[in-house]
Design a protein around this ligand. Structure first.
Ligand code: NAP
Ligand code: MG
Length: 402
């Protein structure tokens, strides 16, 4: 069988620890035997980020802007312990933060659904994708402890020195205040990313805030989404047979619980933080969550939602057997290959991605899985495989399908 040819390179961002080990296994067993892989390789492993003063992270993001599609392995975000462990020159910033800032994107997270790993919510038949706004609000807020009686105000001073004031509260005793902001430009980008992604995967889009209480702040989010939808997307949504609707956040939560799934739920920054953790644990496992960063100009970076699985890596280093789940990382590859296939008009590449996903799901549904899934499955008599044997089992399925 001849290998599938590519025309445009995929930006490949290698990473750290256990996921770096899985990365190589996935390439060797599931990608390279079938595809003449054209990739522009960036090593975002922490040692190489340190060697290049983190330049490699920036370069990988610029390459993503240039070529349009990237696949990323999980990476360490250094803390004090990592600075010592890797003898770092600096506590480098989160690579995901750097890449997100350059691509100005929105992160979409969706669970991978398989029979036998049942969501806690019985009526969820299809995945629910969370789109989290990645800028501002409480994550860029100023806060103050109010020691005692006094008046707190919001003050805006324009470029000519004119002040506008709004009373927050007249305190009789101690309390707390918080001032947060967002930018119309960032909300507009967020809205366009959500509308584009909904069209891309042909699923309806929900957006919810608390505009009845927050009549200026949250209401601005609601208005910007509606204006952009009416002006740029309404006809495209009608043609695709999908809908956009806005509702209150508390109504959205109630409806999500009663839904069958199969839609995108756009959330403000804080709501997205909380709701994505709720959804991933309710759907079963962090190791089964995919994540894609989509920029408003249509570039895509695919990855797994989980981290580098450090605890398993230390076992691996000691020569002990690991049973680390590679599914989300495999789906990062298939997401990127499918998108590359779509953009370059190479249907074999997109078909291959579909088949690799099917082989992965079929492997689990046939009772072969890693330990994290074996612990939560409703299936009887399952076979728990180690990291490598699980990937080899998928290869067998894949070869049968191809
Ligand atoms: P983690 O790597 O997601 O792992 C947390 C725990 O979840 C693991 O110890 C493991 O539980 C379980 N788990 C996660 N993924 C799994 C998988 N594929 N297969 C089986 N079990 C899995 O999070 P962390 O330990 O908090 O972070 C480790 C490093 O990852 C940190 O340096 C952090 O900066 C980085 N990180 C990177 C990204 C990213 O690049 N996108 C995201 C998050 C964290 P058991 O140990 O109980 O088996
Ligand atoms: Mg969180």
């Amino acid at each position: 069988m001849s290998k599938i040819q590519m025309t445009t390179p995929l930006v490949e961002m290698d990473g750290d620890e256990m996921t770096r080990i899985l990365w190589q296994m996935i390439k060797d067993e599931l990608i390279l035997p079938f595809i003449d892989l054209k990739s522009e390789y960036y090593d975002l492993g922490l040692a190489h980020r340190d060697e290049t003063d983190d330049k490699v992270t920036f370069d990988s993001a610029y390459a993503t802007k240039k070529y349009g599609v990237a696949v990323k392995c999980a990476t360490i975000t250094p803390n004090a312990a990592r600075v010592t462990e890797y003898n770092l020159k600096e506590m480098w910033k989160s690579p995901n933060g750097t890449i997100r800032a350059i691509l100005d994107g929105t992160v979409f997270r969706a669970p991978i659904i398989v029979k036998g790993i049942e969501p806690c919510v019985k009526n969820w038949e299809s995945p629910i994708t969370i789109a989290r706004h990645a800028y501002g609000d409480v994550y860029k807020a100023s806060e103050m402890k109010i020691p005692g009686a006094g008046k707190a105000e919001l003050v805006y001073t324009d470029e000519n020195g004119n002040e506008t004031r709004e009373l927050i509260h007249t305190f009789n005793g101690p309390g707390i205040i918080q001032g947060m902001h967002n930018l119309n430009g960032s909300i507009e980008s967020f809205a366009r990313c959500c509308f584009n992604y909904a069209l891309d995967i042909k699923q309806s889009l929900w957006f919810a805030t608390k505009d009845t209480i927050s009549k200026k702040y949250d209401h601005t989010f609601k208005d910007i989404f509606q204006e952009i939808f009416d002006a740029e997307y309404k006809e495209k949504f009608d043609a695709a047979g999908i809908e956009y609707f806005y509702t209150l956040i508390d109504d959205a939560v109630a409806r999500v619980m009663k839904s069958k799934g199969g839609f995108i739920w756009a959330c403000k920054n804080y709501d997205g933080d909380v709701m994505s953790d709720m959804l991933s644990s309710a759907f079963g496992s962090l190791a089964m969550m995919t994540s894609v960063l989509v920029s408003p100009d249509g570039t895509y970076e695919y990855e797994a939602a989980h981290g580098t699985v450090q605890r398993h890596y230390y076992k691996h280093l000691k020569g002990e057997e690991t049973s680390t789940n590679s599914v989300a990382t495999i789906f990062a590859w298939t997401g990127a290959l499918r998108k590359r296939g779509e953009l370059d008009g190479i249907s074999e590449l997109s078909d291959f991605a579909d088949k690799l996903e099917k082989a992965t799901i079929d492997t689990i549904e046939s009772g072969k899985m890693t330990k994290d899934l074996a612990l939560i499955t409703t299936m009887k008599d399952v076979t728990t495989l180690n990291s490598e044997d699980f990937i080899k089992a998928i290869r067998k399925e894949l070869e049968a399908i191809l």
